[in-house]
Every structure is written in C-alpha cells, then in structure tokens.
Design a protein. Sequence first.
Length: 256
Amino acid sequence: MSRQWVVPDRSRGAAAEARMVAEPGSGGIEQVGHAHSDSPERRTVITALAVAGILGPILFTVAFVAQQLLRRGEYSPIAERVSALEAGTGGWVQQVNFVVFGLLTIAFVVGLHWGMRPTRAGVVGPALLGWIGVGLVLAAVFPLREDAAGVTYDPTGLHEVNGAILFLSIGVGFIVVSRRMARDPSWRGLATYALATGIAWLGMLVVFGVLVMPDDAPLHPWAGLAQRVALAVWFSCSILLALRLLRIARAADAPR
C-alpha cells in the first residue's frame, strides 16, 4: 500500500484572514474588532453607545458653560472649579448635569468594551473608565455646598475624595485601555494617543496637587481655568475614541 501525503490547503484560511483585515466598504477601518463579529442588533446598540460617548462631554460642557454665563457675578469660571456650580442658587442643575454625563459615560464604556477584540484581563481598562461615570454620579450624590458667608465647602468630605479617585481613574484608565487597543488592528492607530493622554493627565494631576489646589499655591487663583484646560484634554480623547467606535460599527454594517 502506497502512502499518500496530504498537503493542507491554507488558501481558504488566508483569504478569510485577508477579508477580516480589510473588507471593501470598511472606509479604511481594519475590521478585526469585536464589533465586526457581532450580530446586526448588537452593532446597532454599539452605534448608540458610541453616540452617547460623543454627546456626553459636549452636553456636559454646554450645560456648565450656560450655568456660568447665567451666574456671572456670583461664580468665576477662572477661579472656581465646575463642581462649585453645585453650591448656591440653582446648584441642582449641575447635579443633574453630573448624573446625565455619568450615565452617558458608563454607556459609552460598555460600547467601547464590546467594540474591541477581547483579551485576557481586557475588562480592566474599560472598568477603570467606567468608574469615571460612577464617580460623576457620586459627585451629584455628595455635592458641594455654600455656607452663610458664601464660601463653597464639602459638607461630607466625600466629594473631594470621590473627585480624587475619579481623576486618577481617567489617567490610569486611558493607559490600561491603550494596551488593549494596541492588540486590535481597528484601534491600534489610537493606542499611542490614548497612552499619551493618560500619561499627560497623570502629570497634570501632580501639577494640580502642588501648584493649583492648595489655598496658598501660586496658581490657585486660576484653579477653574486650569481645570477646564484639563477637561479639554480628557474630552478630546474620549470623543475621538467614541468617533472611532462609531466608525467601526458603521463599517461593519456597510454592504460588502
């Protein structure tokens, strides 16, 4: 009996892999992300969650800018942080603003987790970013208040503690999630940006702790302005990630 050597045909696997890397209609997005393999219904949900990630920072910013314009004379956006809008007349508006932004952030992070290739311990990065949403809600639950002299203070002490954890989660969350992004061709192009944002954010926290937040710090009179610059760094990265998630979800639904 003669032996027959069977040579495996790898062409089908190679072709399938090539289609996964870049399918027509993908708009240049390498469709290897987890969203591409999801059902159409789940991709629709991911699209909605991506929109939440885009709208969250925008609506939050519009809301606090509108408040500071309406409260000119009693509130200084240069000297006071956004949280100080919870104190005084109409403070409940900023509390609602925190809750809405927090819920939209949590929704976006769920979509971000679904839209990336699963990895071992891959949930850690999204979990850290998800805590940002929880922290925003807690910022409303433990608000700042104003005493009889018009001085803003933290009645429970929990607002400041929560804020410290929230801001730390932003930097560490971007750094950790960037490692998962680097392993997914659909996200690899933004991995370095997310990593740099996380590192820059942690550096800004150090500057805040030394030069801005203490009452006798040299930059304390500009605490509000400094915080708004930091928010621009955070929001820019978050919106860019949400736009990428939206693009991936839509590319997966494009006709092929």
